[in-house]
Design a protein around this ligand. Sequence first.
Ligand SMILES: Cc1ncc(COP(=O)(O)O)c(C=O)c1O
Length: 468
Amino acid sequence: MKTIIEPFRIKSVEYVKTTTEPEREEILRKAFYNMFLIRAEDVLIDLLTDSGTSAMSSKQWAAMLDGDESYAGSKSYFHFEEVTQKIFGFRHIIPVHQGRAAERILFTFLLSDIDEDGRFNNAGKGKSIPSNNHFDTTRANIEFNGAEAVDLVIDEGKQPELIHPFKGNLDTKKLEKFIHEKGVKNIPVCMLTITNNTGGGQPVSMQNIREVSAICKKHGIPFFLDACRFAENAYFIKIREKGYEKKTILEICKEMFSYADGCTMSAKKDAFANIGGFIAMNNEDWYQNCKSLLIITEGYETYGGLAGRDMDAIAQGLEEIIDENYLHYRIHSNKYLGDKLEANGIPFLKPAGGHAIYLDAKNFLPHIPPDQFPGQALSVELYRKGGIRAVEIGSVMFGKYDEKGKLIPADMELVRLAIPRRVYTQSHIDYVAEVLIDMSRNKDKIRGIKIIEEPKFLRHFTAKFDLI
Ligand SMILES: Cc1ncc(COP(=O)(O)O)c(C=O)c1O
């Protein structure tokens, strides 16, 4: 059959509130035009993130009831460890409350000198951590430790209109050059984000993972995967990379992780969980050090800031995400939205990403210059027109200032329509497309945005804006 249906049926529903345009106008004003400052109940369709927003399955809810809340050695931890080891293959699994906790622990350890009393003294200055693209929290955790986060994605990955099967690939020539210039001793780890969230949810090929791993091995640099959307990446490898058509998703996952020394994971994405994450690795010494930091700040090693029931939900979610039938539906339902936008001339980053469609605001609103944040302006308009919440991934999130305070814009001005897993139906998506098509008729009237207040790190979460 041609129609791809949701491979689940709905057992419990959550009503959504409809608001009028004048009401949303007022809500926007009170929220200083920042999508993160709007109350979720005032949103009709929430595409702010796919993180922690999945609908859990009945099996996950059942597993939660069976959660073991013992402080040490809980059954839930061993269930979680068994499933994560089966898929990811690493010896040591450290649970944490979410992805950024994994990043904080890993980078604090890697960017510190540890004295004889076991204290961690920050030594991040002068160090660099390359990746295809770091996501915002990854970048912030590196920079907060005094080091530099460097993006080395292939040039094709920065051209929204260009079609390429693996736009998330890291440019291996740039990596070799970077290692040569910086020196191995200043690069404590190399990361690769699968799929590449900042770069449009685009996948990384197995060949690229293999090549980056070989370069790192040659130079003795540890290699970690940011694995938040590992299963979506594995599915892209299956359908786009020669030689993987007949492999199971589990086989592809095992091969991807076999090239790495470890990974960080936010279970809020490809584990269908509302909270949770982990750090996984093989190195015993690293494990002991990360564990020390974990126990000081997150919790004991068999729960790491999670309830036992959360670890059961993650374990069950991981079993469900590697189902090829589900991934087929997931990737094709994102493409469905992309195809509708394409047919109506609405520019977005192509091809459609694994977890989201990324609108190309630079192209959609050419009359708004980067220092008036076209992505933020587009997000505001989407909410005003249709009650749809999205997130800017452009110069608000990744722009920097030069020494004179002038904005250095991000490579792309994107607006991410992240699709929560198993939450919205086809008619919700049809509505999103309809709002965008309607908006495009009067897009010349959309106004730019200015920042009126901002924090030093991760400004997009709390900055205040106003219309120009
Ligand atoms: C690629 C990537 N890495 C890390 C994170 C951080 O995960 P968390 O939100 O669970 O802290 C995210 C979250 O969106 C992400 O997309």
